[in-house]
Design a protein around this ligand. Structure first.
Ligand SMILES: [Zn+2]
Length: 293
């Protein structure tokens, strides 16, 4: 009797299962069809209008011997170089991002001739339109004018933010201009990993630690090609070519690994590496106020 009941159940079950299977298949097919329709009906988002402009963010000083300070292996002999100070405006549709903020306008000798606010004004951009300020690292020649952009979200490597927001910031950590962000009046996003800034892969803040604990670089993909803005992961061309490490860097092994990462990204993406302090790299972008697009 029990056996018979089981058999009957089984015999009844079969058609139900078939119907379920059919319904499930139909539902899947329906989902695929409606998904296909959705893909077809949604207009393709136009790629945002992008541009990359170099800003002059400090006054160069006479050339300096780089052997001792900028190589921990005494690699550069009598080489003397003049350092320049660069920051960058990145346009992404209606949004803007600054990469580094140069020297402050009150820095002795090295202060820029024209502030970032005045330089971007000539490009018809107001400070409030700067949505993000990406900071390569906490040194004074990269952070001097950040306080001019309190509406911006600061994107900075976590290691550097921890140093800036520490109760007693260490030497060389230019924490003062970040007062509004430290107090929580302005927004900061300390980055433990790479950050796809606009969510479309066009601007990526990449981790390149070593010069400082949270040092970052920026990968900017334009129609005309990709660029890597390297902060101080690399100080000058010879430094890049020989994997040179400045004696004052935070971590030697991290620095070498970051230079390797930059070289590989540059090779794989055919990206142009822009060394922000190297005068010979200024011409890799159109001269201000013109921009690469
Ligand atoms: Zn530095």
């Amino acid at each position: 009797m029990i056996k018979g009941a089981v058999q009957r159940l089984n015999s009844r079950e079969k058609p139900v299962n078939s119907i379920q299977r059919f319904l499930a298949t139909a539902a899947c097919a329906g989902a695929v069809i409606s998904l296909a329709a959705a893909v077809q009906s949604e207009p393709a988002k136009p790629a945002p209008d992008m541009a990359l402009t170099r800003l002059d963010c400090g006054t160069p000083q006479p050339p300096v011997a780089v052997n001792q300070r900028f190589s921990d292996t005494y690699a550069y002999g009598d080489l003397k170089l003049q350092f320049v100070y660069s920051c960058y405006l990145i346009k992404h549709g209606d949004d803007y991002m600054l990469w580094d903020t140069g020297h402050s306008m009150t820095a002795p000798n090295v202060a820029p001739k024209v502030s970032i606010v005045d330089q971007i004004a000539k490009l018809n951009v107001k400070p409030d339109q700067i949505k993000f300020v990406g900071i390569s690292h906490y040194h004074a020649d990269h952070t001097g004018q950040v306080a001019s952009f309190p509406k911006a979200t600061v994107l900075i490597g976590k290691g550097d933010w921890d140093a800036i927001s520490a109760p007693k910031p260490g030497p060389g950590v230019n924490f003062q201009p970040f007062e509004a962000w430290i107090k929580g009046e302005s927004k900061v996003e300390p980055l433990a990993l790479d950050k796809d800034v606009f969510g479309d892969g066009s601007v990526i803040v990449i981790r390149t630690p070593g010069h400082t604990p949270g040092h970052s670089s920026a990968l900017v993909k334009l129609k005309s090609g990709s660029y890597i803005l390297v902060g101080d992961a690399i100080h000058f061309r010879e430094n890049y070519n020989t994997d040179g490490v400045p004696a004052f860097n935070y971590d030697r092994a991290q620095t070498v690994a970051s230079i390797e990462r930059i070289k590989k990204i540059a090779a794989n993406m055919k990206a142009t590496v822009i060394i922000q302090h190297d005068a010979r790299d200024i011409a890799k972008l159109p001269a201000y106020p013109a921009a690469a697009k």
